[in-house]
Design a protein around this ligand. Structure first.
Ligand code: C2E
Ligand code: MG
Ligand code: MG
Ligand code: MG
Length: 284
């Protein structure tokens, strides 16, 4: 009987794997046409200064408006796009859209000239030699090449820490364009301080995992965030706290010296028109 149930389990495991593979293949197939059909849209989440809550920049976050399944989260389709390489085309689309949107908002006076936009970049995009050319093209096409520091690229710790020196060369290529580089999800990867010191980044984005327990007696988060903000100060880096949801977290982040704040306490990511309405200069 034990044998039979082991075999049964094996079969069940097998068919789940097959289902998952089939589901993945379906997502991949549909994703290929999603770009052409303009189903991939970009939402914007405000990032505000910790001290006065003024708008500093916004993060461009991709969403898939699927005709049948509704809005699909990037947590579902970005990993698939990374596996099959489609992330390169998707990433280019997000980059161009975000640059064009920021330029339009600046021209319309929705945001000031000092407000920036950041775009997420996957390892696959960094590995590919065309990234700097894509970034340069997006800047030139939108006219942001006159003020390239308003564009930031979010890279994760893990893709830089384990990467060969060619990745470091790529970062210097990007920096030469005048754009900013941010380390996303900071604290979740295995960082080497020696490596961090050599990375040409401007900003550490403190992962939400360290924000949740801020100000709570039963949590280490205060100590970790204090360590990260003092490290950032020593390296002359800015910090963005991700996933800030409560006033208590905000108060602690101010005390700990975080530069800026991103999270549902201020706003979730919004479609462009809602962002302009809620965060445009006219709102105050
Ligand atoms: P991320 O870059 O770390 O983005 C932050 C995520 O945290 C976003 O999820 C955002 O909506 C969410 N978030 C922000 N504030 C809060 C908060 O207060 N509470 C909670 N619970 N969540 C908050 P989203 O938009 O679902 O994106 C998930 C991930 O997908 C991103 O993580 C990023 O790694 C990836 N992603 C999104 N857009 C792109 C893209 O255009 N290209 C690439 N390569 N990856 C993307
Ligand atoms: Mg990000
Ligand atoms: Mg992040
Ligand atoms: Mg994150």
């Amino acid at each position: 009987a034990a044998k039979r149930s082991a075999a049964g389990r094996h079969i069940r495991f097998d068919s789940t794997m097959r289902e998952r593979a089939r589901e993945r293949a379906r997502v991949e197939q549909e994703l290929r046409t999603a770009l052409v059909k303009d189903e991939l849209v970009v939402h914007y989440q405000p990032i505000v200064y910790a001290d006065d809550g003024a708008l500093k920049s916004m993060e461009a976050l991709v969403r898939w408006e699927h005709p049948v399944r509704g809005r699909v989260s990037p947590g579902v389709f970005v990993p698939v796009a990374e596996d099959c390489g489609l992330i390169v085309d998707i990433g280019r689309h997000v980059l161009r859209t975000a640059c064009r949107q920021l330029a339009a908002w600046r021209a319309a006076g929705v945001v000031g000239e000092d407000v920036g936009v950041t775009v997420n970049v996957s390892a696959r995009q960094l590995e590919q030699s065309g990234l700097a050319a894509d970034v340069a093209a997006a800047l030139a096409e939108s006219g942001l090449d006159a003020t390239p520091a308003v564009l930031g690229l979010e890279l994760t710790e893990s893709m830089l820490m384990n990467s060969p020196n060619s990745a470091l060369d790529r970062l210097h290529e990007l920096r030469a364009l005048g754009v900013r580089l941010l380390l996303d999800d900071f604290g979740t990867g295995a960082s080497s301080l020696a490596r961090l010191r050599r990375l040409p980044v401007d900003t550490l984005k403190i992962d939400r995992a360290f924000i949740t327990g801020l100000g709570r007696a039963d949590s280490d988060d205060d100590a970790f965030v204090a360590a990260i903000t003092s490290l950032a100060a020593a390296l002359r880096l800015e910090t963005v706290a991700e996933g800030v949801e409560t006033d208590q977290q905000l108060a602690r982040l101010r005390e700990l010296g975080a530069t800026s704040i991103q999270g549902f306490l201020f706003s979730q990511a919004l479609p462009a028109d809602e962002f302009a309405r809620d965060w445009g200069a006219a709102r105050r």
